[in-house]
Design a protein around this ligand. Structure first.
Ligand code: 5GP
Length: 196
């Protein structure tokens, strides 16, 4: 997505070779016009998949799930993060290890909002190590629902997330794929599809 890449170059800050700060427009201050266009881009990519629910994890995936679900005309559900392990029969729950924060938390979704009849599209802000998205994909499988794919706004392609999801047989679509980065220089992998 050309506009997104231009924005990353203009307003993103490369903090190190692995961390990109996009607080100015994506996950702290948020540009609503760009967010809605991102939702439309995901909806377009997965238009033929008869998606019945969009899934994400709080907090920084919520506005992208909202924009995508709105464009597709379906509900979205966000997994809640909990530090304490409160196991219950009413929720799907898996542990996720955050490498950026060096902590493990549970992500949970109430069973009533995800069923075996669902065709699920997962979206999130970043695909990095893939821990969060693999956790969500695991919940979708546990529910017996069909996972149509994963949409990441920004993929750091030099990290292992895409590989892990593809090993699980998951279709991965990212709107900006970063091949490498260092302060003042971000290299993207160009999309094969002209639509993104
Ligand atoms: P994961 O490593 O599980 O793929 O990424 C988990 C979460 O960490 C992402 O959803 C995102 O919120 C955050 N994250 C990962 N890498 C970056 C990064 O380079 N910059 C920012 N701002 N957040 C990141």
């Amino acid at each position: 997505m050309k506009e997104l890449k231009e924005r990353i170059v203009r307003d993103g800050k490369v903090l190190s070779e692995t961390v990109l700060k996009v607080d100015a427009f994506l996950n702290h201050q948020v540009d609503p016009q760009l967010t809605m266009k991102i939702g439309q881009a995901f909806a377009e990519l997965f238009r033929d998949e008869r998606v019945s629910r969009v899934l994400t994890v709080e907090a920084s995936g919520i506005h992208f799930a909202m924009a995508t679900a709105y464009a597709l005309g379906v509900p979205f559900v966000y997994a809640k993060k909990k530090k304490a392990v409160t196991l219950s029969d009413e929720v799907y729950s898996v542990p996720v290890h955050s490498f950026t924060r060096q902590e493990t938390y549970q992500i949970s979704i109430a069973k009533q909002y995800l069923s075996s009849h669902d065709r699920v599209l997962i979206v999130d802000d970043f695909l990095a190590t893939g821990a969060a998205l693999v956790g969500l994909a695991t919940i979708v499988k546990e529910a017996g629902a069909h996972l149509v794919g994963v949409g990441a706004v920004i993929e750091k392609s030099f990290q292992e997330g895409r590989g892990l999801l593809e090993q699980m047989g998951v279709r991965v679509e990212s709107l900006a794929r970063i091949q490498s980065m260092q302060p003042g220089d971000i290299q993207f992998i160009e999309a094969v599809s002209a639509r993104v």
